[in-house]
Write a protein that binds this ligand. Sequence first.
Ligand code: NDP
Length: 265
Amino acid sequence: MKTTHKLFAIFGNPVSHSISPLMHNYALKAFGIDGCYTRYELTDAKKLKEKFLQLKLSGINITVPHKEAAFLACDEVKGIAKKIGAVNTIINQEDKLIGYNTDAPGFYKCALSFGKISNVLILGAGGTAKAIATVFRENNIPVTLLNRSGKRLLFFKEQGYETYVWDDFDVGFYDLVVNTTSAGLNDDKLPAPKKILSVVFQKSRYAIDVIYNKKTPFLMMASKFNLPFKDGSLMLLYQGIYAFDLFFNMEYNEKEIHRHMKKAF
Ligand code: NDP
């Protein structure tokens, strides 16, 4: 009997909606790799490391709400994840958990497909906003944050980002405006009042919503203002490609991984 040598998974809660298994399994199959990628609903974040080792996993991705807990569970964190404080990819190195963040470079690559970006407005101040703000800062691109409430903005304020709540927002000109809030995910809400967004869209060139497979109210409004826009599918695809690179130590051609994983969308 043939044995499966490498097992991968996505950890999250909920996790049933995730298309990561489909993306990775398309690539595993196409490359003829003896392995499988599954999903695991992790209810208690404290059990992440225990489950990872118990299931003898070679690597995992982590989705909401465990990315910050995953950061803490790692034996070592590498690259941009150290600055973000959140991990979405872990590889098993002799039973040591090594953590990375591929959401950040995944988003960056997606954003650059519009062309040159010189400054960015991020709506929201959660984990995804941290990843996106950090990757632009690493590339010397200024970032402004706008959130409905002040508490989560503190992290950004302390690091010297320009931050606003709706009431005190002084709208500038932006190459890119990004929705990282969950407004529009399971409802018809906009991520900020319509009055504010109207001015923002008049002063911006491109829009991205990190929510994927859906034309959210934010994107519908962007298209009314004739802004070229993207949903979060490309970000999801690229973070998956970079995770696959880490799982297999860059052994496979990125264009090929791209071609295989794209079938999941
Ligand atoms: P968090 O819970 O960390 O942050 C949520 C943010 O959204 C907060 O700033 C919150 O504001 C704001 N918010 C929530 N609801 C509203 C609302 N109705 N109006 C205005 N602001 C609101 O979430 P994450 O950063 O982890 O995830 C955000 C989104 O990103 C999710 O939809 C997720 O699915 C998506 N995502 C997509 C990825 C992809 O690959 N495409 C990858 C990762 C995430 P406040 O501080 O005031 O509460």
